[in-house]
Design a binder for this molecule. Structure first.
Ligand code: PHE
Ligand code: ZN
Length: 863
């Protein structure tokens, strides 16, 4: 029977069905005759039969038809195409297969395979893009040595880059030239890359610990060269860090990064030739915020770190994706923590986890960090795989301690170098070198959902005994009704309510059962519990701590994260009460903010984080039914009160934080951050005069952080200067795509009543296009996470997003499918909203010609 793969009969790939490959491809030579309209690709594969079987070789394709197929130098005819796979019967145990295909990069709007961006040609192969370039066993456990030859018009594509090291190049008579690159390291095809373009490089040399000289290059359009210093510095810092912290050296003679404007994700770790979304490369003070600078360093480090965690040791199959991504995110987070304030970095990471991963784990698309099944693997590049995956590695690092963790990663890299490994391989190394049993801990790999921990403490002043009761439960997720207790490493400490000093040292309590009790003796004063310090486990903690306890911890806890957390909890309790009851007492929050502002020990970046209110969606996550209007109203009321009660303080902080000249240092960044937060509170309380202050900052700013901070304040407000500022901003940056993205997203994220109308209008703006993923995300993606606006207008917000996603799916299914989750949150809202959201998901599922990416996301969201 014919296996019809339509959206309604999706093909499901299951982890349990994994089988090793029938054929290996130890060597491949690729020959590209490059042209945007018609590129010829000749591939020569040396294939070896793996074990005794009589299966033909199956080479994945992406819809192309081979122009020729040859086996051992002779053209053959007995090949066939099944679905998109090229099936070739082979008699012996080793053969040479040659194929030739033609592809059209300039018509490739999916941005997978070989495509054109800004007049240059580039590739993206992870996860399954290589098959769109040539026929090949497109699976990560087939590792090959690559030789690549590229021929192209010399004037149009003067620079030709590929993986590995350059070996030869030359000029042809007809205005064309060629280059050849060899990569000595066997790699899966998802790490293949090549670039042909009119590019210039910011170059440097890095000398590795063992004395190897590596030529570094950051390749961009000529006009962008001045914006590459930060990325280059970050690269050098990351290379040295990986040697120092993980003992990992770079292994080729060159390391190149290329920036492209059209890119589905952040960046890609192709061996020796990383390809980046230009937003994670280009920065100067005039166009990039501090946040952008930090993100660039983090992504440069992340992709570089993949050279070991991903490339030297790769994944056996795509179910193991978190093996490389969770670990590499953990590595980049640790790197960033070492570059500035570790506490602020941890706060940012936890905020990100709560904004993206917790809702995922609580919704219809919940999956464990090692999933069991997928329809489209691109849909599994999720916050769960990446960020929860990093938390799982962090928990193991916490339990092992730094020395044993390093021994375990050394063992992992040594044992699996040059192979395609599994999550189980990694955990086994942690167990072996760490000397601990991770049997129950492995549940983190197979069980979805965020555990909820309740903690309550009973104190008997007479006997001096305190008993802490900890319990855990995880709510059901789709397909997993019953959850087992997890291993939860919880760093905790008690503080004396009277002395405000710790009672005893911090303990690492490893909760493994559904409920456990821990006793503390000689506790002579009432203890206040500080728990999950440093966010040692990715869980939701519920305690019976009072507002006074939380205020106390926010002033006295000696773990900065716990201090932040206490303040957040206090704010959340206040805001949820406000949303439920229409009013709340704001005094405790205001007092806690004053205490924090007054503390001279705290760095300004930390203060800026600590005094910031939780987002509207995070408040919604605490409520059984999300009421966007009530949340917005409660949050605005608290913001106004904080602004009003502390007006003089905010103005003092604002003035104190005003620097004379731009500097990129942790101290200066902290001051800018606090200044923007102060401006927000001044504006929450003030009217026209506050808008004038914001406008003055907007005009005087010598950097994008201050300029965008002021613009956001204006765009969120009622003043007429809003229009003027937007116009000035637009005109100043109309030729800079990355800054125009900010112009779009700032408006899409505004809490104003007219945001929906504004966004609808912006979708018709001459600078708006769905063809560029950054631009699509800047408008549609940003709007759909603006809780109040997205859920406004009686479903008009949902309709707008759905219309855009259906249109985007025709161009770029991957990017479209990633924007489905906000619609999938329908269960969290009232019935009227839920029905409207479901109707839009049904409209998506019923769209003729829908991609399997969108089908999987939308149909699962309806279940
Ligand atoms: N592997 C990339 C990373 O470093 C992400 C990515 C996935 C990029 C798929 C492109 C396509 O996380
Ligand atoms: Zn990655």
């Amino acid at each position: 029977m014919l296996d019809v793969q339509t959206a309604a009969h999706p093909h499901v790939t299951r982890r349990e069905d994994y089988r090793p490959p029938d054929w290996l491809v130890p060597e491949i030579a690729l020959d590209f005759d490059l042209d945007p309209a018609a590129t010829r690709v000749k591939a020569t594969l040396h294939v070896i039969r793996e074990s005794a079987h009589d299966e033909p070789i199956r080479l994945d394709g992406g819809g192309q038809v081979p122009i020729t197929v040859m086996v051992d130098g002779t053209p053959i005819n007995d090949w066939r195409i099944e679905d998109e796979t090229l099936v070739i019967p082979l008699s012996g145990s080793a053969h040479t297969i040659e194929t030739e295909v033609e592809v059209a990069p300039e018509r490739n709007t999916q941005l997978m395979g070989l495509y054109a961006s800004g007049g240059n040609l580039c590739t993206q192969c992870e996860a399954e893009g290589f098959r769109r370039i040539t026929f090949f066993p497109d699976r990560p456990d087939v590792l090959s040595r690559y030789k690549v030859r590229m021929t192209a018009d010399k004037a149009r594509f003067p620079v030709l880059l590929a993986n590995g090291d350059p070996v030869d190049s030359g000029t042809l008579g007809d205005g064309r030239h060629w280059a050849e690159w060899h990569d000595p390291f066997p790699k899966p095809c998802y790490l293949f890359a090549m670039v042909a373009g009119d590019l210039v490089a910011n170059r440097a040399t890095f000398v590795t610990g063992s004395g190897r000289e590596v030529a570094l290059g950051i390749w961009v359009r000529a006009g962008d060269l001045s914006k590459t210093d930060h990325a280059l510095e970050a690269l050098k810092t990351a290379m040295a860090w990986d040697e120092r912290v993980y003992g990992r050296e770079y292994d080729l003679d060159v390391f190149n990064i290329v920036a492209v404007d059209d890119f589905n994700f952040g960046a890609m770790e192709n061996k020796g030739l990383n390809i980046f979304n230009s937003r994670y490369v280009l920065a100067d003070p005039d166009t990039a915020t501090d946040y952008d600078f930090d993100a660039i360093a983090a992504v440069v480090a992340h992709e570089y770190f993949h050279n070991w965690s991903g490339n030297r040791v790769t994944c056996r199959d795509w179910f193991q994706l978190s093996l490389k991504e969770g670990f590499t995110v953990f590595r980049d987070q640790s790197f960033s923590a070492d570059q500035g304030s570790a506490a602020v970095k941890r706060i940012e990471d936890v905020r990100g986890l709560r904004a993206a991963q917790f809702p995922e784990d609580a919704g219809p698309l919940a999956h464990p960090i090692r999933p069991d099944a997928y329809q489209e693997i691109s849909n599994f590049y999720t916050a769960t795989i990446y960020n929860k995956g990093a938390e799982v590695i962090r928990m193991m690092a916490t339990m092992l301690g730094p020395k044993r963790f390093r021994a375990a990663t050394d063992l992992y890299f040594e044992r699996f170098d040059g192979t395609a490994a599994t999550c189980e391989d990694f955990v086994a190394c942690m167990e072996e070198a760490g000397g601990i049993d991770l049997g129950q801990f492995r549940l983190w790999y197979s069980q979805a959902g965020t555990p909820r921990v309740t903690a309550s403490i009973e104190h008997d002043a007479g006997s001096g005994r305190a008993v802490l009761t900890l319990s855990q439960r995880t709510l059901p997720t789709p397909g997993e009704p019953d959850k087992a207790p997890m291993v939860l490493p919880l760093r905790l400490k008690l503080f004396g309510a009277e002395t405000a000093k710790p009672i005893g040292p911090e303990q690492l309590v490893i909760l493994t059962g559904a409920e456990e009790r821990i006793s503390f003796e000689t506790v002579t004063q009432r203890p206040v519990l500080s728990i999950n310090r440093g966010f040692s486990a990715p869980v939701i903690v519920e305690t019976d701590r009072t507002a006074a306890d939380l205020a106390f911890l926010s002033a006295h806890d000696d773990d900065p994260f716990a201090r932040y957390e206490a303040m957040q909890q206090l704010m959340l309790d206040t805001l949820v009460a406000g949303a439920n009851q229409g009013r709340a007492n704001h005094q405790a929050v205001i007092d806690a903010i004053v205490n924090t502002l007054d503390d001279p020990q705290l760095d300004r970046a930390f203060v800026a984080e600590a005094v910031l209110l939780p987002s509207e969606s995070f408040i919604g996550d605490q409520m059984p039914v999300v009421d966007p209007e009530a949340i917005f109203t409660a949050r605005e009321a608290l913001r106004r009160d904080i602004g009003h009660a502390l007006d003089a303080r905010w103005r003092a902080e604002y003035d104190a934080a005003s620097a004379t000249r731009f500097e990129y240092s942790p101290l200066a960044k902290g001051l800018r951050r606090l200044r923007t937060v102060a401006l927000g509170y001044i504006a929450a309380n003030g009217g026209d005069e506050a808008a004038a202050l914001a406008f003055a900052q907007f005009e005087a700013a010598d950097n994008m952080t201050d300029r965008q901070g002021a613009l956001t304040t204006l765009v969120n407000g009622a003043s007429d200067r809003r229009i003027a500022a937007l116009d000035i901003f637009y005109n100043r940056y109309s030729d800079n795509a990355l800054v125009l993205d900010k112009w779009f997203s700032t408006q899409a994220l505004s809490p104003r009543d007219d945001t929906l109308a504004t966004v609808q209008e912006l979708a018709g703006h001459r600078d708006f296009t769905l063809a560029n993923p950054n631009r699509a995300r800047a408008l549609v993606g940003a709007f759909s996470v603006n809780q109040r606006a997205f859920h406004s207008g009686n479903g008009a917000g949902y309709r707008f997003v759905t219309d855009q996603l259906i249109a985007l799916d025709k161009l770029n299914p991957q990017t479209a499918a990633k924007l489905i989750p906000p619609l999938g949150r329908w269960r969290r809202f009232d019935a009227a909203r839920g029905d409207l959201m479901r109707a839009e998901l049904e409209r998506i599922v019923g769209t003729p010609g829908l991609s399997k990416d969108m089908f999987e996301q939308a149909s699962k969201s309806l279940e």
